[in-house]
Design a binder for this molecule. Structure first.
Ligand code: ATP
Ligand code: PRP
Length: 211
């Protein structure tokens, strides 16, 4: 039997993703060791390999077939735009992609002005402003702490993830427009879906029983 390989996003989603697989009998005990520098883990009995990767790399591993299955946030899927099958919404890692800024920036959005938009998600921002709102904007790519941008005058607004809203509130910003809801998703390589259909469909059924 061929190994099925799983790529899980590191960080916020990792713990819940591992717990989910454990619930359906797929446990990778070595993976829980916080000191390990090992990158890939094997369950010989189940013929499963599993690795944690930077979230934005998960869709790449799955599209190329280096992983058969991936678990990653919808934000990453939208941003990376890879060819793969999105088969399940896991219902955790829930948050929203939003246009945020100081209250005073709301009128720039209403009057379709040429504004600067800072984001870790330039493709999502571009798609929203250009294709959905038909508003020409300048998009500035950042790698983190995006809320700083309107505070220090780098941009008028940001496109970023909002979960509790605490980061916005503590920095005098607010949600101006909601782009879409987000959560963790299971994705499958398109060839694996055909070649390993029975095993993958069983896996999806098993996950559905616990979510
Ligand atoms: N409050 C939140 N902030 C950011 N991401 C969240 C939040 N809540 C849920 N998520 C989900 O968790 C994923 C982000 O995980 P994590 O925070 O580890 O990444 P990150 O900080 O964006 O990573 P990196 O340091 O690689 O940029 C997102 O892709 C999203 O789907
Ligand atoms: O609505 P909240 O519950 O406050 O969560 C949202 C914040 O969390 C994320 O940042 P993260 O902690 O990942 O740091 P980063 O901005 O450096 O990516 C996100 O980019 C927001 O800044």
């Amino acid at each position: 039997m061929k190994y099925l390989t799983f790529a899980l996003a590191k960080g916020r989603l990792a713990k819940k993703s591992l717990a989910l697989f454990e619930q359906i009998g797929i446990s990778m005990d070595e993976m829980k060791d916080p000191d390990t520098r090992k990158l890939i883990f094997v369950n010989e009995d189940l013929k499963i390999k599993m690795f944690l990767a930077k979230a934005s790399d998960v869709p790449t591993y799955v599209e190329y077939g280096a992983a058969d299955i991936g678990v990653v946030g919808k934000d990453t899927l939208l941003e990376e735009g890879r060819r793969l099958y999105e088969v399940l919404d896991l219902g955790f890692g829930k948050c929203r992609m939003c246009v945020c800024g100081p209250k005073s920036a709301a009128e720039y959005l209403q009057h379709q002005e040429l504004i600067r938009v800072a984001s870790k998600y330039p493709n999502i921002a571009k798609d929203y402003f250009y294709n959905k709102k038909h508003q020409t904007v300048e998009i500035i790519k950042l790698h983190g702490s995006v809320e700083l941008a309107p505070i220090v005058g780098l941009s008028e607004v940001i496109v970023d993830i909002v979960e509790t809203g605490t980061t916005l509130k503590e920095n005098g910003l607010e949600v101006l427009e909601e782009i879409c809801p987000l959560s963790a998703r299971v994705v499958v390589n398109q060839v694996s879906m055909k070649m390993e259909n029975e095993r993958i469909m069983k896996l999806i059924r098993d996950i559905k029983t616990v979510i």
